[in-house]
Design a protein around this ligand. Structure first.
Ligand code: NAG
Ligand code: NAG
Ligand code: NAG
Ligand code: NAG
Length: 198
């Protein structure tokens, strides 16, 4: 009896190992197909941002290089995704001239549905901000020509939602560089597109 049982035992063990291996392989395959289908169904598309109708009012630049002004603009945020919605948390908006931040604001968190365009109207006030000598010189020169070239920078924590699944937080850096901000008298409105790094 023991002579007939001993050769079949390693065989049985080998087939058990084979079986476990097959099950694991199948599970991996199912997971991979699941990810592929999820990706194909959601087909993530880039979020788009642009800056519109930017203007500056009540511009004052004192002789000792302190600046006050009111900046108004609309940031248009476009979510072209059919299945992904976006949660924006702790949104911070900066208006910068060259390397200097002139004004800063925070926004209420909001949720952007799928296939949605959201307009964010904002007014930022710079109050007696000390500006470096060379930046003052450039600001004066640009102001006298009726346009100031600024950068609007938005930093936000975002989460994506697909169905019931929510991603973890990511930091979005949205930069609208070389934004031409017009004086209200000139009536010119210019739009500029922004780059987003999420
Ligand atoms: C920008 O201004 C134009 C003209 O006044 C207006 O038609 C348009 O709706 C404004 N855009 C936004 C995003 O508010
Ligand atoms: C986009 O979503 C916002 C917030 O839910 C809503 O107020 C707005 O009407 C939506 N816009 C469009 C074009 O669907
Ligand atoms: C700007 O627009 C207002 C009305 O919208 C008009 O009365 C004014 O003449 C315009 N200014 C210039 C410089 O075009
Ligand atoms: C900027 O965008 C607004 C709204 O999309 C549009 O009404 C306006 O004509 C645009 N202005 C320029 C200068 O393209």
């Amino acid at each position: 009896m023991p002579t007939t049982a001993s050769p079949s035992q390693p065989l049985r063990r080998r087939s058990l190992v084979c079986y476990v291996f097959l099950v694991i392989l199948t599970l991996i395959f199912i997971l991979a197909v699941g990810f592929l289908i999820t990706w194909l169904v959601t087909k993530p598309k880039k979020l788009h941002y642009s800056l519109e109708n930017a203007s500056v009012q009540h511009f004052i630049l004192t002789d000792d290089n302190h600046m006050s002004a009111t900046f108004k603009f609309t940031i248009q945020s476009r979510n072209p995704n059919h299945r992904i919605s976006v949660y924006y948390n702790s949104v911070e908006i900066f208006v910068k001239f060259k390397d200097q931040t002139l004004a800063f604001d925070t926004m209420e968190p909001f949720h952007q549905p799928r296939m949605n365009v959201t307009q964010i109207d904002d007014t930022l006030v710079a109050q007696n901000v000390a500006v470096s000598k060379s930046n003052s010189y450039d600001l004066r020169a640009q102001h006298s020509l009726g346009k100031i070239e600024l950068e609007v920078y938005v930093k936000a924590k975002v989460r994506f939602k697909v169905g019931v699944w929510k991603s973890s937080h990511r930091t979005a850096h949205i930069k609208c560089s070389h934004a031409m901000v017009s004086l209200p008298q000139s009536n010119k409105s210019q739009n500029s597109s922004c780059t987003a790094d999420i």
